[in-house]
Design a protein around this ligand. Structure first.
Ligand SMILES: [Fe+2]
Length: 182
């Protein structure tokens, strides 16, 4: 765990709320494709717009919530992306297989410290799903990776590709460094 001695408080990430336009499309994507469950929904205030809460974490009432009432859906939002961690390479593969089966575009990108898929939800909000690699490396970094690789070959590729980049180090050693950083 990273504990930052010079900060007064530790801000623990809880949730993000996104304005949406198409309730049905958005909920279909987040529940059926990404596996979230709806935890509650209702008007924010009497006669106000509906808010729909979703989560995958039993200890977090909502990790995401959607407020109906977004007016325009252009090509971009001010949100760059939100990001979710999975614990196993198989789960990352599951994401790939799901997207392949519904023809949903995604971009496999490796930051050296993570193997990621980047994609958009149906209203062009950016999302990342990633697994940690055993290494850290100075950021930013981003090189496309081959999502057909198995876990062993993917990790060998990461090590080979990033080992000569500045700051390449095993994660255990790197978190010690972060704590000591001034
Ligand atoms: Fe990211």
């Amino acid at each position: 765990m990273i504990h930052n001695e010079f900060s007064i408080m530790k801000l623990d990430w809880s949730h993000t709320v996104i304005n949406i336009k198409d309730r049905e499309k958005i909920l279909d994507f987040y529940t059926n494709t990404l596996g979230f469950k709806i935890s509650d929904n209702g008007p924010i205030v009497e006669n106000g717009p509906e808010i729909i809460f979703i989560s995958q974490n039993p200890n977090e009432h909502h990790q995401l919530a959607f407020v109906l009432g977004r007016e325009e859906v252009g090509n971009q939002t001010s949100l760059n992306h939100i990001s979710f961690r999975v614990e196993t390479f198989d789960e990352l593969k599951e994401v790939k297989e799901k997207f392949d089966s519904i023809n949903h575009d995604y971009m496999p990108l490796c930051h050296g410290n993570a193997l990621s898929f980047y994609f958009s939800d149906p209203e062009k909000n950016g999302i990342e799903i990633f697994i940690d690699t055993p290494w850290d490396v100075d950021q930013p970094q981003g090189i496309p990776w081959d999502p057909e690789l198995d876990e062993k070959s993917a990790l060998e590729w990461v090590e080979e590709t990033f080992k000569n980049e500045p700051g390449f180090i095993k994660k255990e050693e790197s978190s010690k460094e972060f704590v000591n950083r001034k």
